[in-house]
Ligand binder design. Sequence first.
Ligand SMILES: CC(C)(COP(=O)(O)OP(=O)(O)OC[C@H]1O[C@@H](n2cnc3c(N)ncnc32)[C@H](O)[C@@H]1OP(=O)(O)O)[C@@H](O)C(=O)NCCC(=O)NCCS
Length: 332
Amino acid sequence: MKIRRLDDTGDPAYPAWYAAHEAGYGHDFPGGPRWLEHELQVYFERSDAFDVALWLAEDDDGAVVGAAAVVMPLLDNRTLGEVDLAVRPEARRRGIGTALLRALEDEAVRRGRTRFMADIEGPLGPQESPGTAFAERHGYTRRITEISRVQRPPFDLDALARLERDAAAHATDYRIVTWRDRVPDEHVAEYARMTARMSTDAPLGELDYEQESWDPARVRMREARMARMRRHAWCAAAVAPDGTFAGQTAIVLAADDDSTGMQGETIVDPRHRGHRLGLLLKIANLRTLLRDRPGVRTVWTWNADSNTYMIAVNEQLGYVPAGWLAGYQRDV
Ligand SMILES: CC(C)(COP(=O)(O)OP(=O)(O)OC[C@H]1O[C@@H](n2cnc3c(N)ncnc32)[C@H](O)[C@@H]1OP(=O)(O)O)[C@@H](O)C(=O)NCCC(=O)NCCS
């Protein structure tokens, strides 16, 4: 077995890296949310916001049996390394995962990273897996557990309209705006402010994560990256009477594939809570998504158990539990 560094996701070995990555993650969460090959290629690209290093593991006959990456934020969380690592099911328990993890941790420590985090996901049932056993074996501790929920067709638009009518009576001072892909110029500063807040307002459990640093330039950088991924983002925001954002939400979906929508980034500013804005934002956003993409097959979302308000909103919208996500951390 050989561990080999990839220059970047433009490396000719990237398709084999991706295939091993998907075989590993897909095996432990069949039917779970999946990234397409060209999406992960951009996700693991180096940029002004993230440094990334990638490795693959090759068997003696040259077959790629494992894939790993560490993502190192550059604009905030500058001591963090985000670990991503998978081994093909038929090649497990031979130390390949351990060798990949050692390579990526050593490199990240050389670059000043002292906190490592890994997200591990699985289907409904026991919240344990080869990934959690492996992480614990290597000194990682579980700092948060979230439940993933999924929404599938048929989407009951009439029921949503009824919910929306009832909720709107509690939010008469707010205006809901929606857009796709590019935040309108007049809102980009507010959008950046709320996105920074979002990074630490959502429950983090015991994870040591510092607030992300966002400004309009970074928002535009992320939009450009999303376009390179060939993904679209449907977004909604609640505008308060003074023009500031009271809340926002987004759903992301591949431009040419209906299989996996991802609902995230929902935040309501604490000063504006109690007006059902979470529900109103999500309904407005889902409606525009369905108008543009009526064939969408799943929309996924993740919530910590403690986030009871957001879970109640999601259940009203028809989301049902589908699995778990455990956030692990190790400090060196
Ligand atoms: C997690 C994963 C990468 C482990 O790869 P691997 O090559 O089998 O790992 P190793 O052989 O180096 O295992 C090292 C140790 O981890 C523990 N471990 C790994 N898999 C385990 C399992 N299924 N059950 C119990 N312990 C396990 C054991 O202590 C093992 O040592 P041992 O085999 O001497 O008992 C692999 O199972 C995988 O790809 N899972 C899906 C992706 C994932 O969850 N990634 C998150 C990684 S942080």
